[in-house]
Design a protein around this ligand. Structure first.
Ligand SMILES: [Zn+2]
Length: 138
């Protein structure tokens, strides 16, 4: 899995150079040792390429939605809490879908033309977003 993460994080132009010219290097170098010891080789490699960590769009949307800055939320703990809060995989899946904002609300279903209205299923007064459904709906 680490190997796959690493390979998928390499930019395509670098991959083509490697394929064209090959690599004449020993199998285990200090760099490969660091990668093998790393828990997040993808982020490690991106930092070597000069990229900062990729922030999921869902995190930015939550921060904008509740008007909070990114430093006040520990996202790593948020994802860990999904696992530690329950052993029920259905609930874990449901929580994860909320956190990454892929719960199908009427707003999205209307956009994809699966339902005839974007209004909330319960109050029928507001557009059904995740925020409305779980925080604002009476
Ligand atoms: Zn509602």
């Amino acid at each position: 899995m680490k190997y796959n993460q690493l390979i998928s994080s390499i930019q395509s132009n670098i991959k083509s150079i490697i394929c064209a010219e090959g690599i004449n290097a020993p199998a285990v170098t200090p760099f490969t040792e660091i990668i093998l010891k790393s828990k997040t080789p993808n982020n490690l490699f991106q930092s070597y390429q000069g990229k900062s960590k990729i922030i999921p769009v869902s995190e930015t949307k939550w921060e904008n939605s509740f008007n909070i800055d990114s430093s006040s939320i520990n996202w790593e703990n948020t994802y860990k809490n999904i696992i530690s809060s329950t052993i029920d995989t259905t609930l874990r899946s449901f929580q994860y879908k909320i956190v990454i904002r892929i719960i199908p609300t009427n707003k999205m279903l209307f956009k994809f033309q699966y339902v005839s209205s974007s209004l909330c299923t319960f109050c029928n007064a507001n557009i059904e977003t995740i925020e409305h459904l779980f925080w604002e709906c009476p």
